[in-house]
Ligand binder design. Structure first.
Ligand code: ZN
Length: 80
C-alpha cells in the first residue's frame, strides 16, 4: 500500500514538459464563449507555437481544478 501511495505522489509532482524545448507546460483554465464550459489549456511557457493543447473533458477539468485548489490552499497555509 505504501508503495502505491509513493507512486501516486511522484506522479503528482511530475510536470509535463514541452516536446520541443523541454520547458514545463503551463496550465490555464479557459471558458468557452459559446457554452461557458471550462476547458483546460496546456501551453509551452517559452513559445505557444511549440505545444498547445485543449482538454474539454468535464470530469478531467474538474479533477484538475480541485487539484489546483488544493495546491492553492497549501500555498496559503504556508504564508500564515
Ligand atoms: Zn517549448
Amino acid at each position: 500500500m505504501i508503495g502505491n501511495e509513493q507512486s501516486i505522489t511522484r506522479k503528482q509532482h511530475q510536470s509535463l514538459q514541452c516536446p520541443v524545448c523541454g520547458d514545463p507546460l503551463s496550465f490555464q483554465i479557459t471558458r468557452s464563449k459559446k457554452s461557458g464550459k471550462p476547458s483546460l489549456m496546456m501551453k509551452c511557457l517559452r513559445d505557444g507555437r511549440h505545444f498547445r493543447s485543449f482538454i474539454c473533458d468535464r470530469d478531467y477539468v474538474k479533477r484538475v481544478l480541485e487539484h489546483l485548489e488544493e495546491q492553492q490552499k497549501l500555498v496559503n497555509e504556508d504564508h500564515h
